[in-house]
Design a protein around this ligand. Structure first.
Ligand SMILES: Cc1cc2nc3c(=O)[nH]c(=O)nc-3n(C[C@H](O)[C@H](O)[C@H](O)COP(=O)(O)O)c2cc1C
Length: 188
């Protein structure tokens, strides 16, 4: 009986899939998606939103990891300025109950210190609306910035990365986050 339960758990683990999706303007979010994929051997290869035909594809996965830069400085809506913006309403209409979603964001905490990685929270709100279980939150304590819409309480509701002003910190932030996701998303 115990062997059967262990076997079932292994089968579930082996059949779970985790997708990585990103949008980018100058390539930094794509680069991070590739580096994250290297750290998460069991995730699917990163996919550019430009190659996504339908948001229903997200439902094929048990978990998804989304990469989103912030370009639309200070905007309340469509903060990313990338292909994510056009998908937000469709994402909010999905039924993602039981699925795990984590978000990483690219920004610049020095030049855009009043709006650091604002787009994370907007995407987070639509996946939450879809019923997804949101994971991958990180403490804001190790970041230097003035304001971010992506801070909820004392946490960022995803992983902010800054390849413009703090690229020397990216490897460690990414590797710690990968370990965190392995604990939070079954199948990774
Ligand atoms: C015109 C412009 C506006 C930007 N606005 C913001 C912003 O509001 N907040 C932020 O954190 N970063 C901002 N950034 C920095 C970008 O988000 C950052 O360079 C990011 O790494 C770009 O990712 P990508 O190469 O994947 O498009 C801005 C950069 C530019 C050039």
């Amino acid at each position: 009986m115990i062997m059967l339960m262990i076997y079932k758990r292994i089968v579930i683990y082996l059949t779970m899939t985790v997708g990585i999706y990103f949008a980018t303007t100058t390539g930094k979010t794509e680069d991070i998606a590739d580096r994250l994929h290297d750290l998460l051997a069991n995730s699917d290869s990163p996919k550019d939103l430009a190659d996504l035909s339908d948001v229903n594809e997200f439902l094929n996965h048990d978990g998804i990891i989304c990469g989103i830069p912030t370009w639309n400085t200070g905007a309340d809506s469509e903060r990313s300025g990338t292909a994510w913006d056009a998908l937000l309403e469709d994402i909010g209409s999905l039924n993602m109950t039981g699925k795990k979603v984590a978000i990483f964001g690219l920004g610049d905490s020095s030049t855009y210190t009043e709006n650091f990685c604002d787009a994370i929270e907007e995407l987070h709100s639509y996946f939450k609306k879809a019923g997804a279980s949101m994971v991958g939150y990180v403490s804001k304590d190790s970041y230097t910035f003035d304001e971010s819409k992506s801070v909820i309480g004392n946490m960022f509701c995803g992983l902010p990365l800054d390849e413009d002003s703090e690229s020397d910190l990216t490897d460690q932030r990414l590797s710690e986050w990968a370990d965190q996701l392995k604990a939070e998303i079954i199948g990774l």
